[in-house]
Design a protein around this ligand. Structure first.
Ligand code: SAM
Ligand code: SF4
Length: 318
């Protein structure tokens, strides 16, 4: 559906939980988050009803995220049920990859074709530091397995000055040998990221200037990443620049949080509770239509140096 600013909104990102098995330093507090009451968290049946009500409005792409979506039991059956909805052409997940190796076969069988895996370092000690205890090898094994199963892999790497900027070349070099898309993401001043932002922010442009060997590629209009590649490489390199080169005018997405609210913009405080309408498909479609039409024109992160979102990244899913 076309919104008030002429953008075609066809993408729904769904955060299934705000719980996680890691505690990344730019995302979650060290002590984790207080556990939500079971009834407060959206159920898979409700998620499917919301997707079905969004489909008549032109939603074609679904991404499951979190928190960590793979800690949820029956995630594969949710993917399988989603893939039965004819109008949904693309189902992806965003995961930290820790549990992915063991789940990859059943996720593939359920219909998963694409996965974004967050990985900010290729060094074991640093991985444990950034994620506060995660095991790098599990993620590397998962990447290898997904590739061997034919699941398309994108790697999300949040760049933080003084923490992983010494590894940019190593990440780019990975694309020479394996068919992955490495996507460097600018650190955003949201959640725990707000504390690191002042000292840690690096713009995509600064990074690109250091790698003139990256050849620009054409990116699709709604893509949030500017794409590049090395000559003769198997993979690609993307830059996601929500601050230095914001993509709001091409934004094609809305977000559903695990509490059942829709966030029409990642960094706006605006949230609309739609859980109360899940049993009335017609009404739900009409509420969603109104939300999409009135999606804000843009965020103001770059002026305010802080997000206006009332939810953190682990509650929204990125
Ligand atoms: N747990 C899953 C994962 O890590 O992929 C999904 C949820 S996580 C919130 C989604 C994405 O948000 C990850 O790629 C993560 O790196 C990114 N993210 C979290 N906090 C961020 C921040 N302050 N700035 C930029 N990206 C952030
Ligand atoms: Fe968990 Fe993902 Fe946040 Fe890391 S970025 S703490 S893996 S939700």
């Amino acid at each position: 559906m076309i919104d008030n600013y002429g953008r075609n909104i066809d993408y729904l990102r769904i955060s299934l939980t705000d719980r996680c098995n890691l505690r990344c330093i730019y995302c979650m507090p060290e002590q984790g988050v207080s556990k939500k009451c079971h009834e407060d968290v959206i159920r898979f049946e409700e998620v499917l009803k919301i997707i079905k009500s969004a489909v008549p409005l032109g939603i074609k792409k679904i991404r499951y995220t979190g928190g960590e979506p793979l800690i949820l039991k029956n995630i594969s059956s949710l993917i399988s049920e989603t893939s039965k909805i004819q109008q949904i052409k693309d189902i992806a997940i965003t995961t930290n990859g820790i549990l992915l190796y063991d789940l990859a076969d059943e996720l593939k069988e359920a219909g998963l074709k694409r996965v974004n895996i967050s990985l900010d370092t290729l060094k074991e000690d640093k991985f444990s530091y950034i994620t506060r205890g995660g095991d790098l090898n599990k993620v590397l094994k998962a990447i290898e397995k997904c590739i061997s199963l034919g699941i398309k892999v994108k790697v999300n790497t949040v760049l933080i000055k003084g923490i992983n900027d010494d590894e940019i070349k190593n990440f780019i070099d990975l694309t020479r040998e394996i068919p992955v898309e490495i996507r460097f993401i600018e650190l955003m001043p949201i959640g725990e990221g707000e504390k690191l932002y002042k000292s840690g922010f690096m713009s995509s442009e600064d990074v690109l200037n250091e790698f003139p060997e990256l050849i620009p590629l054409e990116s699709s209009k709604s893509s949030t990443a500017s794409m590049y590649k090395l000559i003769d490489s198997k993979g690609k390199v993307g830059f996601i620049s929500p601050l230095s080169c914001k993509f709001c005018s091409n934004c094609n997405r809305i977000r559903l949080t695990s509490m059942g609210t829709i966030k029409p913009c990642l960094h706006s405080a605006k949230e609309i509770n739609i859980r109360e309408y899940v049993d009335n498909e017609v009404l739900l479609t009409s509420v969603l239509k109104d939300i999409i039409y009135n999606k804000p024109s843009q965020h103001h992160l770059e002026c305010d140096n802080k997000s206006h979102s009332l939810k953190m990244m682990y509650q929204i899913g990125g």
